[in-house]
Design a protein around this ligand. Structure first.
Ligand code: WT7
Length: 652
């Protein structure tokens, strides 16, 4: 595909009159959100039900040494009431959660708001019966089952702070998180079923708890019915207790700035960081971004394919959709089980209207061929979303053509665990898209492109540099759990007065933002700075390439050389001819400077369970420094690492 075709604009479809945001709205309301944040957010905050309305809206300070972020600070509310109770008068019989199990032969569940309310109240009473109190931490280590949502909302109901640990994490990672936040109990299940395979969550939890205080209790959801060990006095059968618990549990009034959850995320150095989100600002922002970015309308069926173990699952499977009284789909399985058509089969079966996934999933399904998509009726789809990494134009165009049939706007949503919700994204029917561009900032977000070394604000278009945010928005994280100083250092020390995203960024002649990837992934070849994402994008545009990851490595002449890990399409054999072909391809796509110095054929890339490629590991292997790979416990498949080390190209 030629790059000219790939940057063609995707116009706003005609005939859409009922969108939440129109092109004119966007301009006017965005301007107002910056010029009068108190007025703008004072109104938007009212999308939530408040027990005691706020009188103050914004009180934020980005000054290093005194960073403080508060929104709606004197307001009192309960997040669970906002996601459940307040919908009951109108939506008791409406489906809140569609649960699609791993095994397509098992029936899907449709959980109404009335049923959700009953389950959450019972669950909350179980937590109370175990001595969980307001402000206590509860670790949730569950598969993608409805009980995960019940557990989150039950915590919110009684004012406990949940911290979900992705079910793909190892016992060590689980223990570290339980200990770091001082959790009183951990909620798990017997086993988890994904892609027809079982993971022994309960025995992982047993192993983790060996490294934790013996006061930590273990609530077990008997989900698959598989046999597990049982520690008397410590382990508790949740479903049994729920049956015997009262279906009424009063919701605790919470301050807007009381923590709602902690979510651990990895930094470039050190142990995982416990990102803290609070109640009022986070929920208002999750609700608003869900409604506007996906143009969510009554009757829609919203599907975000993320796991609740990641922030995407928090904001766009649970809190955002449920705050909006939406129908949200929870999928237990994987995109390729029982075959590569599963995503599309689920879209057809449940008449999904908004579909939100990650570029890595799109690329891998793309590699299986469009026939898997074409088998299914996808006419219910209205809007497609992308999240997690820059989407290469090739994947964008494939998504648009084969999944969206050219009629569904694609929202490429740039955001982070730290931001709580979307930061830079197009809005369907309001902002024209360009394949690969995150486009324009969401309401209230003030992005600046800064010169990476001087921090100078890059005025005018086009501009290039690093992405920083000049002022606070309600969904922003407030601190790192137990370490406010590290919070300030990690995000506010690099460019004083700004929140630093850690991402590189380009703003084009139309003012559109293009995220170029983490700045630690930028490489400098013979004095030329290059985004590794750019080279990857070129490589995956080659018809024989399924996936590619590019890192820098020390090079005697150039400073850094370009090291490319390439996964070829299923039916392709790697060869010397293909290697030459790819070199020439990249030279012509970007320029001679971007030609990879080394190409390693990679049957698989080291990825986290959320699909993020772990570049840290790839950089180490490329540097021939594979002795100190650090923590690989979060990898989806740790064995790919040994394969890559054995066949590494740089043995200098
Ligand atoms: C990093 C945050 C929050 C969603 C899940 C990932 C990258 C995320 C995009 C996008 C380009 C993106 C950034 C960011 N990223 N979305 N649409 N386009 N890059 O959350 O694990 O906190 O990762 O993901 O590099 O900094 P996360």
């Amino acid at each position: 595909m030629s790059s000219v075709e790939a940057v063609a604009r995707h116009p706003i479809p005609e005939g859409f009159t009922k969108a939440h945001v129109t092109p004119e709205d966007y301009k006017a309301r965005y301007a107002e959100s910056l010029s009068d944040p108190d007025g703008f957010w004072g109104r938007e905050g009212k999308r939530l039900d408040w027990i005691k309305p706020y009188t103050k809206v914004k009180d934020t300070d980005f000054t290093l040494g005194q960073v403080s972020i508060k929104w709606f600070e004197d307001g009192v509310l309960n997040a669970c009431v906002n996601c459940v109770d307040r919908h009951l008068p109108k939506r008791a019989k409406q489906t809140a959660i569609i649960f699609e199990p791993d095994d397509p032969d098992q029936p899907a569940q449709h959980i109404t708001y009335a049923e959700l309310s009953e389950k959450v109240n019972r669950f909350a009473n179980v937590l109370l019966s175990q001595g969980v109190m307001r402000g206590d931490r509860v670790v949730i280590y569950l598969p993608m089952i409805p009980e995960a949502a019940y557990a989150m909302l039950a915590c919110a109901r009684i004012g406990a702070i949940h911290s979900i640990v992705f079910a793909g994490f190892s016992p060590d990672a689980l223990a570290n998180r339980i200990n770091d936040c001082g959790a009183k109990l951990v909620i798990t299940s017997d086993t988890a079923a994904r892609g027809g395979r079982k993971t022994a969550l309960k025995s992982n939890t047993d192993a983790a708890l060996l490294h934790c205080s013996d006061r930590v209790r273990c609530l077990v959801v008997k989900h698959t019915g598989d046999q597990t060990t049982w520690v008397q006095g410590r382990d508790v059968d949740v479903k049994y207790l729920m049956e015997h618990a009262s279906p009424d549990c009063p919701a605790r009034p919470m301050g807007a700035e009381d923590p709602l959850f902690i979510l651990y995320t990895s930094g470039s150095t050190g142990k995982p960081k416990g990102v803290v989100h609070t109640t009022g600002g986070y929920l208002a922002y999750a609700s608003m971004t869900h409604q506007y970015t996906f143009d969510y309308q009554d009757g829609d069926v919203f599907w975000c394919t993320a796991d609740v173990g990641w922030v995407t699952g928090h904001s766009y499977i649970v809190y955002g959709p449920l705050a909006n009284g939406a129908t949200t789909l929870m999928f237990e399985g994987v995109p390729t089980y029982p075959d590569a058509g599963r995503f599309w089969a689920v879209c057809e079966k449940h008449k999904v209207t908004q579909f939100y996934t990650a570029p890595t999933a799109i690329r891998s399904l793309m590699g299986q061929g469009p026939e898997w998509v074409e088998k299914y009726d996808l006419s219910s789809l209205r809007i497609l979303g992308s999240v997690g990494e820059p989407i290469n134009p090739e994947a964008w165009v494939w998504y648009d053509k084969h999944v969206g049939k050219g009629k569904c706007p694609i929202v490429d949503t740039f955001w982070q665990t730290e931001t709580g919700g979307h930061m830079i994204t197009s809005l369907p029917y309001a902002i024209e898209t360009k394949p690969g561009a995150a486009t324009l900032p969401f309401f209230g977000v003030r992005p600046e492109v800064l010169d990476a070394s001087t921090g100078a604000v890059q005025e005018g278009n086009p501009a290039e540099g690093v992405l920083a945010i000049a002022d606070s928005w309600p969904g922003q994280m407030r601190t790192l759990w137990g370490d406010h100083q590290r919070f300030e250092e990690a995000y506010f020390s690099q460019y004083p007065g700004y929140y630093f995203t850690g991402d590189g960024c380009r703003r084009d002649e139309d003012g559109y933002y293009w995220i170029t990837g983490r700045v630690d992934d930028v490489i400098n070849v013979s004095g030329h700075r290059m985004g590794t994402a750019e080279i990857e994008s070129a490589l995956v545009a080659h018809p024989k390439v399924a996936e590619a990851a590019v890192v820098g490595y020390p090079h005697d002449l150039k400073g850094q050389g370009i090291y490319a890990y390439v996964t070829v399409m299923n039916d392709v054999m790697p060869s010397e001819d293909l290697r030459k072909d790819l070199e020439t391809w990249v030279r012509t796509e970007i320029g001679p400077i971007a030609k990879p110095d080394l190409i390693q054929w990679a049957p698989g890339l080291p990825k986290t369970r959320s699909g993020k490629i772990m570049r840290r590991i790839l950089r180490k292997i490329a540097e021939n420094d594979y002795g100190s790979l650090g923590d690989t416990s979060t990898l989806a498949d740790p064995s790919v690492v040994n394969e890559l080390i054995e066949n590494r190209m740089n043995r200098a």
